[in-house]
Design a binder for this molecule. Structure first.
Ligand SMILES: C[S@@+](CC[C@H](N)C(=O)[O-])C[C@H]1O[C@@H](n2cnc3c(N)ncnc32)[C@H](O)[C@@H]1O
Length: 329
């Protein structure tokens, strides 16, 4: 055996599972919100989260070990990361992503082996209960919001009149674009269950009167016409290469000359290994639809060209997400 080889990487990955579960528990029990901007003893935290002091100490010490809390002279406070993203006290509230991982992704991944072995969908939208639909839609919206912000900084929508956001979820991309460009009209195209949740969110926004919602299935229904820019974000990873090319052809048929197509996803390198988060998410997409995957930039360029689109470029947006843009050839 090579002397250099240690078990460290194995234990590190397994420790990640434990750390994630402490994070889920702390989030569900409201630890970060309870501590707020204060310092607190175990007893004070225990009283606030209504748990025994002995078990609260197990939880908060593990959170110190993983860097989400800091401990000094027997008092605990939120680390800068927890204070900023997990305490609910700033606009950068990432708790919906923790809920998504805890209440949706975690039970989904109990079915990973089944999905891989049997090459089938084991836990998709049809298996979600009502609460999981909410956690999914809100978690995805929080996860993709930084990409939507990056998109409006990078791409100039001035020349466009109307944007269609296909499989647009809660409409994070569409509403971010419309807020930035007051002359634009927009349509969100979504399955009915998600369209209903998006309708509620969008009706409270100042851009509500410029935002239309079309219920439909991108595989079975026609693409709404009258738009000159098309967003397809985090949807191609749900489908097989064959279905994705059918979708790209369908959008092409509904698009005017020179229309732009903006594809946002976890596009990878040719080996499907980088970015690492993209490679890891491939299993999620497989579980979700039974045919999902991550795709490389070159694969998508080839599909675009085969479907009448001229690829324009590939740009990083946020985290592992990037943008492939194309024009109707
Ligand atoms: C990962 S979410 C992405 C949402 C949004 N585009 C974003 O990036 O924030 C995928 C979305 O695709 C929608 N979807 C899945 N299958 C669809 C279909 N056949 N037709 C239309 N929408 C679909 C889901 O309802 C879900 O909201």
């Amino acid at each position: 055996m090579n002397e250099q080889v240690t078990s460290e990487p194995v234990l590190k990955v397994l420790g990640g599972f434990l750390a994630a579960n402490y994070l889920f528990a702390a989030n569900e029990m409201g630890v970060f919100a309870a501590i707020g901007s204060d310092t607190k003893t175990v007893e004070e935290i225990a009283a606030l989260i209504t748990a025994p002091p002995r078990t609260t100490r197990i939880l908060v010490d593990a959170l110190v070990a993983t860097g989400f809390l800091q401990k000094e002279n027997g008092r605990y406070q939120n680390s800068p990361v927890a204070a900023t993203f997990l305490s609910g006290q700033t606009p950068m509230d990432l708790r919906p992503i923790i809920n998504l991982w805890d209440k949706v992704v975690s039970p989904q991944w109990d079915t990973l082996v089944e999905s891989l072995r049997e090459n089938r969908q084991t836990f998709g939208l049809n298996e979600f209960n009502q609460q999981q639909h909410q956690f999914f839609a809100k978690g995805v919206a929080t996860l993709t919001a930084p990409s939507a912000q990056a998109l409006v900084q990078q791409y100039d929508f001035s020349a466009h009149q109307s944007v269609l956001d296909i499989a647009g979820g809660m409409g994070v991309f569409l509403t971010t674009i419309l807020q930035q460009y007051p002359h634009l009209q927009g349509t969100l195209f979504e399955l009915p269950v998600t369209a209903n949740m998006a309708r509620q969110r969008i009706s409270a926004l100042p851009i509500a009167d410029r935002t239309h919602i079309a219920e439909g299935d991108i595989l079975d229904d026609p693409v709404p016409t009258g738009h000159d820019a098309f967003i397809l974000a985090n949807a191609i990873h749900i489908f097989s290469p064959e279905k994705n090319q059918a979708i790209l052809r369908k959008i092409h048929a509904a698009a005017p000359d020179n229309a732009r197509l903006l594809l946002i996803d976890f596009w990878t390198d040719p080996a499907h290994i980088q970015p690492q988060f993209a490679a890891l998410m491939a299993g999620e997409f497989q579980i979700f639809s039974g045919e999902g995957d991550v795709y490389s930039v070159q694969e998508v360029y080839d599909w675009l060209e085969a479907c009448g689109w001229q690829p324009i470029g590939h740009n990083h947006l946020a985290g592992a997400a990037s943008l492939i843009s194309a024009q109707k050839a």
